[in-house]
Design a protein around this ligand. Structure first.
Ligand code: HEM
Length: 483
């Protein structure tokens, strides 16, 4: 219910203790996951912490996910802070758009995006994962996080632009990588930074955005001139028209393309990096994943049709994202006073959701610290509390790329399992680094053992039926919430 005047109803929301003046600001900077966990443990489902002089709500229950993101979703916008640092790079695309603009663009993009290019995505994901893993030599030590970033960059580059950006010398790949670094430091800054200030970091960020735009617009012009346009996400955006037949202009295409690239790449890569870390710590789970890949693929690359017979690989990816959700927090800002389950969220207040803390609630996930992909076995997944698992968010702004992300993770795990086994090195476990995504801090070094399953280059998949080729079904349509 929307209220007309502010009141003190929110005084009923418990507040976690903090220091005088600075509140929980230092704690947030030092270890925000710990702050979120402590807020939940001391305050319950809805608690408040204090950041840079502002009271921030932490909402941490399935009921609050439903109330705020779904039932009252239209009363909560992306926060001013998020929009301020994200807009220079992402413009007014889906991630940053106000609810009103978002509604129009999502309606135009979503129907075609979810299924149209799923066949291409499966094929390119398998090829890219196979190519990346083939380079890893037996006995060598690789930085798994870096390799996963390269791998997913390759997948997204093909999906979005039909372009091979695996090569680090590529202009587009370089400009994108620099822009991501700038975005990351803006997002992680404690107090909002103004991108106009001439700090060295800002100058680098602005220069990366300019290079990125130059490269992107040149590329778009080339694409417009092509007689035969590839069937990729860029083409899909170029073909979007509104009810009056008006297509997106170049700036809108730029914004939406970057909105697909940016969240699409770092997130899936960190999800995969943590998957390999967890697998190496749970050898029986790893054995089962390898056995599944061997039995179904025998060393060849997976196809879209194989995925139903590789359920465990998907379960591993989902369970890794439960324990280490790449988007470990996201936020909303109330546009009016809103009453939620007996509490008032005042207009202008920020509300944080942390999938990291939600996914570790014992009442939702028994023995929550244990890595157990069987939680996502089909029957068990049906029993899961609705909205207790939200790696892709929920409601009208749920991740539009969720099917593609599951596909990328699923295919990458099954493909790599056929080629190598990765082992953790002796020493302490990786430290979590909550930046834009929840990544392992520094390098995630693992040793490679190559497996004798034949090579991806020689083995061929079974032939496809013409029917399946014409209308490939998205294998994840029934599994993730769409709105
Ligand atoms: C494991 C991989 C991924 C994770 C964990 C993830 C997570 C998320 C989350 C949590 C949101 C909602 C944020 C919020 O409500 O504030 C979101 C939104 C979004 N994601 Fe993803 N994402 C992933 C992959 C992708 C991919 C592959 C794409 C490529 C298209 C993508 C594109 C987007 C876009 C455009 C939005 C904004 C949607 C909207 O507001 O309508 N994401 N993502």
């Amino acid at each position: 219910m929307v209220l007309e005047s502010t009141s003190t109803l929110n005084d009923t929301v418990p507040k976690v203790d903090g220091r005088a003046v600075i509140g929980n600001t230092w704690e947030f900077k030092k270890d925000r996951l710990e702050l979120f966990q402590r807020t939940f443990e001391t305050c319950g489902d809805l608690g408040v912490y204090s950041l840079a002089g502002e009271d921030v709500f932490l909402a941490n229950s399935v009921e609050l996910v439903h109330e705020i993101l779904i039932k009252h979703g239209s009363l909560f916008e992306k926060t001013d802070r998020f929009r301020a640092f994200a807009r220079p790079l992402l413009g007014d695309g889906l991630l940053t758009a106000t609810n009103e603009d978002h509604k129009r663009n999502r309606r135009l993009i979503q129907p075609r995006f979810r299924t149209a290019v799923i066949r291409n995505s499966a094929d390119s994901a398998a090829q890219v994962a196979g190519t990346v893993a083939e380079r890893w030599e037996d006995g060598s030590v690789i930085d798994v996080r870096r390799e996963m970033v390269r791998l997913v960059l390759g997948m997204v580059g093909r999906n979005l632009f039909s372009k091979d950006i695996l090569g680090e010398a590529d202009d587009l790949g370089n400009a994108l990588t620099d822009a991501i670094h700038g975005f990351d430091s803006q997002a992680s800054a404690l107090v909002p930074l103004t991108i106009g200030w001439p700090t060295p970091a800002n100058l680098r960020y602005r220069s990366a955005i300019r290079r990125l735009e130059r490269t992107f617009y040149t590329f778009l012009a080339e694409r417009r001139a092509m007689a035969e346009k590839p069937d990729d996400w860029l083409n899909l955006l170029m073909e979007c028209t509104d009810d009056n037949g008006v297509p997106f202009d170049d700036k809108e295409i730029r914004d939406e393309a970057l909105n697909m690239f940016m969240p699409g790449h770092e997130t899936t890569a960190t999800g995969l990096a943590w998957s390999f870390h967890l697998l190496s710590k749970y050898p029986k789970v790893y054995d089962r994943l390898l056995a599944e890949s061997d039995e179904v693929l025998g060393g060849r690359l997976p196809t879209l049709e194989d995925l139903d017979r590789l359920p465990y690989a998907l379960q591993v990816f989902k369970e890794a994202m439960r324990l280490y959700p790449p988007v470990y927090m996201f936020s909303r800002q109330a546009t009016a006073d809103v009453d939620i389950l007996g509490h008032r969220i005042p207009a202008g207040a920020s509300v944080i959701f942390s999938p990291y803390v939600l996914h570790r609630r014992e009442d939702y996930f028994p023995d929550p610290q244990r890595f157990d992909p069987d939680r996502f076995a089909p029957e068990a997944e049906k029993q899961m509390r609705r909205h207790s698992y939200i790696p892709f968010g929920a409601g009208h702004r749920v991740c539009i790329g969720n099917h593609h992300a599951l596909l990328g993770g699923h295919v990458a795990l099954a493909t790599i399992a056929g080629q190598v086994r990765l082992h953790s090195l002796p020493g302490p476990s990786p430290v979590k680094e909550p930046m834009v995504t929840l990544r392992p801090k520094g390098e995630l070094r693992m040793r490679v053992t190559r497996r004798n399953q034949g090579t991806t280059a020689t083995a061929t998949p079974p032939p496809r039926t013409a029917e399946a080729d014409a209308a490939p079904a998205c294998p994840y349509g029934h599994q993730v919430e769409t709105t």
